[in-house]
Design a protein. Structure first.
Length: 403
């Protein structure tokens, strides 16, 4: 997770080395200055191959171990950096450092540039070693350097140190830098500092209200903190803002409503989402709607949703549930139809109970032969309780018909 933010941090810093054509403690010849200006124009035009060729030519004409050679080497390194050849840039900068001719300010900048390059190359310990050396002489680094240091420590899994530096960077920055805030958030996660993560995510939602990821992360953190009402509030607001559009995510909001004991709101959300086809028309989703309406004590709507869920289901389980509902409502014909479909689809548990409900429905419809057949089918099932109940009904039917 941390690696994802390294690039963002590096992009927020100046990876490119700014070649110094003049300095307080060192100067270059007018001729070299003129040549370097021409080479810089090639770099601007991204003619890196020509720029390197001319820089190599210049190097051969210069006196070794001089400040002029160091300037050329720094510019050469910057070409490699802009061309994404970081390992070559590192080699050139180390060569430049060994000359030991740069003024202090340029030497310090070179150390930071090397640290950035080591980070980009995944050599995190080397980056830290260089940065720590630099920090000894620079106790008040810029926000960018603090962010760079934080990234290096994060890669080494020294999360507490990384958090200290990125917090300084965020606090000192005049404007919000999203990559730095993301790194800080990742560190809070790594350190399991969920209250702080929630606070930062609230800031991110405010700064970037159209970015769905922060809304969903904030809701997730509230769930982690067991603050389910806030988790629901955040996710539902994101849905209302049009940020949540996937079926599974909308269904998860319905689940949160149910968890927060708001079944009517869960049902209304699902009903509208199903009507708008925002939620997939699956048996599972219609069953959830039926359950929500049931908890909201809306029996008519419960059955309506269960009817659709039953048709879409691969098994007879929901038809059995629907048939049971019809039995409770004494709607015998509908009960017979639903229970028959349940048995036809199959894969239902306690099949004997289904046959008993079917037999009862036929009995109420005064279709005694079919009722008897259903109870006999129940007797053939494995469940002992169903067998006993079926036999009692068969005996009752026999005595009833003798009357």
């Amino acid at each position: 997770m941390i690696k994802r933010f390294l690039l963002l941090v590096l992009l927020g810093l100046a990876l490119l080395i700014e070649p110094t054509l003049g300095a307080k403690k060192a100067v270059i010849s007018p001729r070299l200055f003129e040549n370097l200006q021409k080479i810089e124009l090639l770099i601007v035009d991204k003619a890196y191959k020509d720029a390197l060729s001319q820089l190599n030519g210049l190097t051969e004409t210069l006196k070794k171990g001089t400040y002029e050679e160091a300037v050329v080497l720094r510019l050469k390194a910057s070409v490699y950096i802009q061309n994404g050849q970081y390992s070559k840039a590192i080699k050139i900068l180390l060569q430049c450092q060994q000359l030991d001719v740069l003024p202090d300010n340029q030497e310090q900048q070179l150390l930071i540039n090397l640290g950035q390059l080591y980070l980009a190359e995944g050599q995190y310990q080397k980056a830290i070693d260089l940065i720590e050396t630099w920090l000894e002489d620079n106790p008040n680094p810029t926000p960018g350097i603090n962010a760079l240091t934080a990234s290096a420590y994060a890669q080494l899994k020294q999360y507490a140190k990384a958090l200290r530096f990125i917090s300084k960077a965020v606090k000192a920055s005049k404007e919000a830098v999203e990559g730095w805030l993301q790194l800080k958030l990742a560190l809070h996660y790594q350190l399991q500092q969920y209250p702080q993560a929630a606070q930062l995510l609230e800031q991110l939602v405010h700064l970037y209200p159209d970015k769905k990821v922060y809304w969903t992360q904030l809701s997730g953190v509230y769930i982690q903190l067991k603050d389910y009402k806030k988790a629901l509030s955040v996710k539902h607001l994101a849905y209302q803002r049009g940020l949540i559009t996937k079926s599974k995510e909308i269904v998860s909001i319905a689940h949160l409503f149910l968890f927060n004991k708001a079944p009517f709101k869960a049902a209304k959300l699902l009903e509208q989402a199903l009507t708008k086809k925002e939620v997939k028309h699956t048996s599972k989703n219609w069953e959830l709607l039926a359950n929500a309406w049931a908890l909201a004590q809306e029996s008519e709507k419960t059955i309506a949703a269960l009817e659709i869920a039953s048709k879409l289901a691969d098994t007879g389980k929901l038809y059995k549930q629907l048939g049971h509902s019809y039995v409770e409502r004494e709607q015998w014909k509908k009960a017979v139809a639903a229970l028959t479909k349940a048995l036809k689809k199959g894969a239902i548990k306690r099949k004997g109970d289904t046959y008993i409900l079917l037999g009862m429905s036929y009995f109420e419809l005064k279709d005694y032969p079919k009722a008897t057949d259903a109870f006999n089918q129940a007797k053939q099932q494995k469940n002992k309780k169903s067998k006993k109940t079926a036999q009692q009904w068969i005996d009752y039917l026999a005595s009833f018909q003798r009357l």
